[in-house]
Ligand binder design. Structure first.
Ligand SMILES: C[S@@+](CC[C@H](N)C(=O)[O-])C[C@H]1O[C@@H](n2cnc3c(N)ncnc32)[C@H](O)[C@@H]1O
Length: 202
């Protein structure tokens, strides 16, 4: 299973944003929606071997987290408006589990936790962890866990210091995705492509 975790420092954890202006009303949740599409979707389908976590730290209901399971998710369409609608419905769905209860399915293949990174860390299975960081050793030259890799990715502000420290304490290995500072969705595209290539050449 491939797992990707993007941490939105301002991305809203509340459903009360406008679908007509996601960037302006949802703390740049649009970045995370494009990340979700890049990590989970292929042409005409979903990656069944992939889970994507969105850790949401914006707004009064934060922190919360969503998990999308490629094996079981339905109604995940590639356009940003549809993805925003799915996230909005997933954030609004009842019932609300207590904090610390872990991920609860709120839509087919979409799970929600009433906590942020800590809920994600408790949910991750075994596997090597990696932190995508500008200037880190290039992933193309790195040995990678192809079976159960976990990748952490920052948002437009990168990682908050406490998040970077938490991920480092896990033993996550910093990896670079090339010499240029990319948007999170482009960085994850580079990673996914590298994993695809290695899997195909095994
Ligand atoms: C827009 S970048 C963040 C830029 C921010 N100014 C910073 O200092 O981190 C969003 C995220 O994509 C990933 N990323 C972007 N470019 C990368 C690169 N060349 N190598 C590895 N990760 C990258 C990192 O996880 C980063 O936190």
């Amino acid at each position: 299973m491939r797992r990707f975790v993007v941490i939105g420092q301002r991305a809203t954890a509340s459903a009360d944003f406008s679908l007509l202006d996601v960037p302006g009303t949802a703390g740049r949740l649009d970045l995370l929606l494009r990340f979700l599409r890049a990590a989970l979707l292929v042409s005409h389908g979903l990656r069944r071997d992939t889970q994507v976590y969105l850790a949401l730290y914006g707004g009064p209901e934060a922190p919360r987290a969503l998990r999308f399971d490629g094996a079981t998710a339905r109604f995940v369409r590639p356009d940003e408006r549809s993805l925003a609608t799915l996230v909005q419905k997933s954030l609004a769905a009842a019932p609300r589990a207590p904090r610390g209860a872990g991920f609860v399915e709120v839509r087919p293949g979409v799970f929600r936790a009433e906590d942020g990174l800590e809920a994600v860390l408790a949910d991750l299975g075994p596997g090597e962890t990696y932190a995508l960081e500008e200037g880190a050793p290039d992933l193309r030259a790195a040995t990678l866990d192809l079976a159960n890799p976990v990748f952490f990715v920052g948002d437009a502000q990168g990682f908050a210091p406490e998040v970077r420290a938490r991920i480092a304490a896990l033993g996550a290995r910093p990896l670079g995705a090339g010499p240029v500072s990319l948007h999170a969705e482009d960085a994850v595209t580079v990673v996914v492509n590298e994993l695809d290539r290695r899997a195909a050449s095994r």
